[in-house]
Design a binder for this molecule. Sequence first.
Ligand SMILES: NC(=O)c1ccc[n+]([C@@H]2O[C@H](COP(=O)([O-])OP(=O)(O)OC[C@H]3O[C@@H](n4cnc5c(N)ncnc54)[C@H](OP(=O)(O)O)[C@@H]3O)[C@@H](O)[C@H]2O)c1
Length: 245
Amino acid sequence: MSKPLAIVTGGGRGIGRGIVIELSRTHHVIATYRGNREAAQSLADEVGCEITQSDISSAEDRAALIDLARERSPHLDLLVNNAGIAPRERADILDAREEIFDEVLGTNLKGPYFLTQMAARWMKDSGRGRIAFVTSISSFTASVNRGEYCISKAGLSMAVALFASRLAEHGVKVFEIQPGIIRTDMIAKVEQIYEEKIANGLLPQRRMGEAVDVAKAVRAVADGLLDYSTGQVLHVDGGFHLRSL
Ligand SMILES: NC(=O)c1ccc[n+]([C@@H]2O[C@H](COP(=O)([O-])OP(=O)(O)OC[C@H]3O[C@@H](n4cnc5c(N)ncnc54)[C@H](OP(=O)(O)O)[C@@H]3O)[C@@H](O)[C@H]2O)c1
C-alpha cells in the first residue's frame, strides 16, 4: 500500500465522517461503525475508504480491528479515537443509573484506552505514529444531567497525557482534540437550545462548530505540523474554554 494508513473509529457519521472525508485525500482510511452500516457504506462509496463493523466497547472487536489494519500495512500512521456516545437517558447525578454509566464509560473511555494500548505497541515497534483522541469540552465542564459523559471525557483527557508521556521516547505523538458544540446527530435534540445560547453569547465565536472544523485539526496532526508537541490539547470550540471577566 502506497498511502499511509489511518484508523478512524465511529467514522460513518458526524464528526468521524468529516474526519474520514478529510483524511481520505491522503490516507488509506479504515473507518469503523457500530450499527449504522448504511451511513458507513455511503461514505465508502463517496470517498473510497474501507469500512468495518467494530464495537469499540468489545475487546474482541478491537483486536479484530488491529488485525485487519496489520493486514493492510506494516505501519499504522494514525489512529483517531473518535467513536463516542451520549448517555441514552439524561438523568440528574442523584438519580442516574449504573447501567448507563457502564455503557458510556465502556464506549467512551475503556474502548479507546485499550484500542490505543494495542495501536501504541505496534507504533512503538515501528518507532513512529500519531494518535488523536476526540474528547470534549465536557472534560472540564460539569453538566449534572450527564455526569457519566463528563467523567468519560475527563478520563480520556488523562489517557492522552498518559500515552503522550509513555510514547514520546518512541517517536509517537499523541494529541487531544477537544470539540465544543458541533452540529451532528449527537446534539440534534438540543440543537435549537444551543443555537439560542450561542446567539446570546455562550461562545466568543458566535457560531456552532461543524464536523469539518474538527477534521481540520486532525489534518494538522496527520500532516505532522505539530510534531514537536505531544499531549497537546487542540481546542475546537469557538473559544468556549476561555474565561473572561
Ligand atoms: N457533537 C458534539 O457537539 C461533540 C462535542 C464534543 C465531543 N464530541 C465527541 O465527538 C465524537 C463523535 O461524536 P458525534 O457528534 O459525531 O456523534 P454521532 O453523530 O452520534 O456519531 C457517533 C459515531 O460513533 C459511532 N459509535 C457509537 N458507539 C460506538 C461503538 N460502541 N463502537 C464503535 N462506534 C461507535 C457511531 O457509529 P454508528 O454510525 O454505527 O452508530 C457514529 O459513527 C464523540 O466521541 C463525541 O463524544 C461531540
